[in-house]
Structures are given as structure tokens and as C-alpha cells.
Write a protein that binds this ligand. Structure first.
Ligand SMILES: [Zn+2]
Length: 428
């Protein structure tokens, strides 16, 4: 069964019937080919997993287009997204085991990455060398063997055409993906509406405290730019409300940042940094969560340095150490500690799945005053280190920041899904 993508219509497949879903959503092609009577979520839970057959799969490409053929042991729910800057195609498959697959180098692609999102979806990312748009996307099922083949044909397009589609895509996800992926919860959601996750983004430093400075660029500037990109990315998706502790180059005390999170009734606090450390100590992204003892000297150095900026600005921090101690003793902390660890893991997964550079020890801990809320999951993300020349080049690159924002947003989605599942289990 083939599926041609018309100019104004998208389809999705349900029980092998082609259904006209919605006119006007050209951007994202979301296709669920469900051969089980159960919903895809139930498929994931029963552990039914399709396997990729490398010998029957193929990838060819040129400057004019790319063709992909995935041979599978059984059909899977799948979906496709287009991401701009740099142009990428993201294909996701529910419960697919990649096994080992050596893809050939192909003109038309810069890179190809495979990974697992951690929530039952496997992901294939095609980094396009040129803007290309899908001409056809289909899953054909052999009725005798039950095996399936997914084919995707992409053709060269203008950058404008690609970006028009890639931008639209997010609106489609916002309006449709949750309903399609969790059909059994859609009825519930219609009654009460799913509560959005209120995220407080905290771009570190600012004003009198520039943070690290290299080549006349400050950490405060870089993390503010990143926070704005991440805010846009989250707002394009469903399920997030986003606030920021600062939206300009202004000093905000660590206490003020926490108060802002409280005032916004934030469900989650994410502090964003890109510090400098003595040469050679660190590169790649690290996620820190709160603990009395730092996981290593670097973490301790970062925690005390961030406090020092407050001291220099005349803020009294004498009670913070005591506060951290009492947070760690509190009853609420037991639950938050677990959720923090899961938040760090999910962010690591999101960044790793997108093939971005992580520190050798990506999840660490320290006595960061800004993370001392006892009942609000909090993490401090060092996007990279300005002291590493290669990290610095990436941090200054808007395309890299956009890619990192996508990865972090994916991580937050992964966390939100896992956290909801865990809470539902606790309630039973
Ligand atoms: Zn910093």
C-alpha cells in the first residue's frame, strides 16, 4: 500500500485503512499502521517488538534525492518529522529493535543516526546535505509472511520550501500527536485537558555577573540565547508552559530565580550554563542535580563559583548551606531526589539520542544553591564548557544551539512521560 503526499492532505493509516485526517497540515506526515487491534501503547507494553532485517534494507542517495528502504519482521506504528537548521528528517518507530546495521555512506546525507528515545520509540535521524522533501512514505505489509517494508523517497527542494514544511510540523504535533499516540487517554483528556508541564528556564548569570567570558562572548549571553531557542522549541510542542528567570542581560540572585519559579508554580526548574574550567578539565554537556557532596572537584568548583557571583553582587548567602542541609533531610526531598535523578537520565537520553556531545560522566551532583527547592524537580545543565575551544565553537553556533534545544526538549518530553507513568503506578 503506497501513500502519496498530496499538496493539502495528510493521511494516517488505521487498521490498514487510509483515512483522510485533516486538510492543510502538509508539514508532518504522521502515519500509524496498526495491525493489532490494540493501541500502539498496548503494543509497547506487551513487548511485541519488530526487528530490522539489515540484508533487505537499503539506503541510496545523490544530490537530487535520498531513498530509504527498511525491511521489518512485522509492521510498526511510525511517524516522520522534518526539522530545520540544519535540515533533518526524523523517523520514529514504535518498538523497533535496530540490531546492528551498517548504513552505506551516501551522497545527499551528511550523517545518519539511530537511537532509542527511551519511551518505546526508536529513532532514525537523517542529516540532509541539501533541503529535501518527502515524495512518498509508505509501509507495505506482506499478508503471507506478515513482514513489512517501509519506504521513504525524498527529493531535492528549495530551502524555503523545506523550512515552510518543517515549521508547520510542530503545529501538527501539538494538535494531533498526543491524541493519536495515546488514543485511550484522549477521552479523558477531552474532559479535563492534560495539565501542561510548567517549565522554568533559568539562563545563568547576567548583568554584573557575565559568567565565563571568551573572545568577548559571555556565558550569560550564550545561555540567554539558548534559553530563548529552547523556549520556542518547547512552545511549538504540546504540553509545555515556559517561563524564564530573566529575558535580558540583568542580574538575578539565586534566591530571586527560585522565587520566580515558585511564583510561576513551576513543575520543573532547569538552570542553563556554559562555564569555563581550568584547561582540559571538561568538555561536553553535563547535568547536575542537588547533593550535599559534590560528585567531584569540578562540580564543587562550579557550585561555589555560582554562589560567589551572588556574594559579589552583595546577596547574603549565609543561610544557603543550612537550607541545603534541611532540604536534604526533608520528607519531600525523598520523592524529589528520585525525580531529579530521572530528569538527569532523561536529559542525557535526549542529548545522546540526537548524537550531541556529552561529558564522560554526564550525570553529576553538587551543592548548587539554585537547585535547593525541596519539592520541585531541578537540574543544572552545562551545555558545554567555554574553556574547551571545540565546545566554544559549538556554543556560538546558532544551528548547534537549535539542535541542542531539540535534544533537551526531547529529554523533557521523555521525562514527563516517565514521570506520569511512575505517578500513575504509585496511585494504583
Ligand atoms: Zn555558569
Amino acid at each position: 500500500m503506497g501513500l502519496a503526499l498530496g499538496p493539502v492532505c495528510d493521511y494516517y493509516l488505521f487498521n490498514n485503512k487510509k483515512v483522510l485526517l485533516m486538510a492543510g497540515w502538509r508539514s508532518l506526515i504522521l502515519v500509524l499502521a496498526i495491525v493489532f487491534t490494540a493501541a500502539p501503547v498496548a503494543v509497547a507494553q506487551t513487548g511485541v517488538q519488530a526487528r530490522l532485517a539489515p540484508e533487505d534494507s537499503a539506503l541510496t542517495g545523490s544530490r537530487d534525492g535520498v531513498s530509504l528502504r527498511l525491511a521489518l519482521s512485522q509492521p510498526v506504528p511510525y511517524r516522520m518529522r522534518l526539522l530545520p537548521a540544519p535540515p533533518r528528517v526524523v523517523l520514529e518507530f514504535n518498538t523497533l529493535d535496530w540490531q546492528t546495521m551498517d548504513w552505506p555512506e551516501t551522497d545527499g546525507l551528511r550523517a545518519l543516526r539511530m537511537g532509542h528515545r527511551g519511551d518505546g520509540w526508536a529513532r532514525l535521524v537523517l542529516d540532509l546535505a541539501y533541503p529535501m522533501l518527502p515524495e512518498s512514505l509508505a509501509q507495505d505489509v506482506d499478508p503471507d509472511s506478515g513482514r513489512a517494508v517501509i519506504t521513504l523517497d525524498m527529493a531535492r527542494a528549495t530551502r524555503d520550501a523545506f523550512e515552510a514544511r518543517a515549521v508547520d510540523e510542530s503545529a501538527f504535533i501539538r494538535d494531533y500527536s498526543d491524541h493519536l499516540l495515546h488514543p485511550e487517554s484522549a477521552a479523558l483528556a477531552e474532559q479535563s485537558g492534560p495539565a501542561p508541564l510548567r517549565v522554568m528556564l533559568d539562563p545563568g548569570h547576567g548583568g554584573v555577573d557575565p559568567g565565563a567570558v571568551r573572545d568577548e562572548v559571555s556565558e550569560a549571553q550564550i545561555v540567554l540565547e539558548f534559553a530563548k531557542t529552547l523556549q520556542e522549541e518547547l512552545l511549538r510542542r504540546s504540553g509545555f508552559e515556559v517561563s524564564m528567570t530573566r529575558e535580558e542581560d540583568a542580574f538575578v540572585s539565586l534566591d530571586g530565580r527560585l522565587r520566580a519559579a515558585r511564583a510561576a508554580r513551576a513543575d520543573l526548574f532547569l538552570s542553563l550554563h556554559a562555564d569555563a574550567l581550568p584547561e582540559g578539565l571538561a568538555s561536553g554537556a553535563v547535568i547536575y542535580t542537588l547533593a550535599e557532596d559534590a560528585s567531584d572537584e569540578t562540580a564543587e568548583l562550579l557550585a561555589t563559583r555560582h554562589d560567589r557571583a551572588d556574594l559579589l553582587a552583595g546577596v547574603d548567602l549565609s543561610r544557603n548551606t543550612d537550607e541545603i542541609a534541611s532540604v536534604l533531610m526533608s520528607v519531600a526531598w525523598q520523592d524529589t531526589k528520585l525525580r531529579n535523578a530521572e530528569l538527569a537520565d532523561a536529559l542525557v537520553d535526549g542529548i545522546r539520542d540526537d548524537g550531541l556531545r556529552l561529558h564522560a560522566r554526564p550525570a553529576q551532583s553538587g551543592a548548587f544553591s539554585v537547585l535547593r527547592a525541596p519539592d520541585m524537580p531541578s537540574a543544572l545543565l552545562e551545555l558545554g564548557f567555554m574553556s574547551s575551544p571545540r565546545d566554544l565553537a559549538r556554543l556560538r553556533d546558532p544551528a548547534w544551539r537549535a539542535q541542542m534545544a531539540t535534544a533537551v526538549a526531547n529529554g523533557l518530553e521523555i521525562w514527563a512521560a516517565r514521570d506520569r507513568d511512575r505517578r500513575a503506578q504509585l496511585e494504583q
